[in-house]
Design a protein around this ligand. Structure first.
Ligand code: ZN
Length: 250
């Protein structure tokens, strides 16, 4: 099985019944989770009942992307204290945030830390973390296995690096925060759904999945705005949505 399952699709804070950023990537039994924002951990446990993930990737230190990593830490620390360390790929600020919640414990007893940006071999994947513009260091993630590319922006402003990150991606997961007034700011750290479509087109991606919707946004309108820029399939991330990877378009 090769698929991406959406754990959460909201930016900033969750809507009722939803969660913040998180994606579970299954690749023939190898399990990678991309981001663990508010309320994603119970959904991760529903998807992988024992929480047995092979690697965790966190794009940046904001809590809507990493706070439930703390819950996963506690599962490992209290529930599986003798287990192997879990590979964690993230900018250094992520562990600093978690340390504030768990000041008396060395988090590296649970996590085997690999800093981003950087490039690594992770199970079947070549993982590349590229620096993208945000309020804090943010690493966009590119995973390649068997020539199939999955890419994920985390949070970002518009930048040519997005075309590199999502180059020829089978699935390009791009933030479409659509926060009021965002496109008028002098320094851009978030995007509109129109910009998400534009950068997916410039990347030559096959499919675009919009995510990180500001709570209350009209998601159908976001898809329509992205479709005006991008000719491939446009999906809206939705909790529980599973997208198969590497299958021919129909
Ligand atoms: Zn965010």
């Amino acid at each position: 099985m090769r698929q991406v399952t959406v754990l959460g699709s909201c930016g900033a804070f969750p809507e009722p019944g939803r969660a913040c950023s998180g994606f579970a990537v299954d690749w023939n039994g190898y399990r990678v989770v991309l981001d663990l924002g508010y309320a994603t951990l119970p959904r991760l446990l529903r998807h992988w009942p024992d929480g047995a993930v092979d690697a965790v990737v966190i794009t940046h230190e904001h809590p809507d992307h990493c706070v439930d990593l703390h819950g996963l830490f506690r599962m490992r620390f209290y529930g599986q204290p003798a287990g192997p360390r879990l590979p964690l790929f993230c900018p250094p600020g992520v562990l600093d945030r978690l340390s504030g919640l768990e000041p008396d414990v060395d988090l590296r007893t649970v996590f085997d830390l690999h800093p981003l940006p950087g490039s690594y071999r992770v199970g079947p994947f070549d993982l590349t973390g590229l620096s993208l513009p945000h309020f804090v260091p943010n690493a966009g993630i590119r995973l390649v296995a068997d020539g199939i590319v999955v890419a994920y922006s985390g949070d970002t402003g518009p930048t040519p690096a997005l075309a590199e990150l999502g180059r020829d991606a089978d699935l390009f997961i791009v933030e479409a925060t659509d926060h009021d007034g965002e496109s008028g700011r002098s320094r851009r750290n978030l995007m509109t759904s129109t910009e998400a479509g534009l950068w997916a087109r410039r990347a030559g991606a096959r499919r675009l999945m919009l995510t990180h919707f500001w709570p209350g946004n009209d998601r159908a309108a976001a898809v329509a705005a992205a479709q005006a820029e991008f000719e491939g399939a446009v999906l809206a991330a939705q909790e529980g949505l599973a997208v198969m990877l590497g299958i021919p378009a129909n």
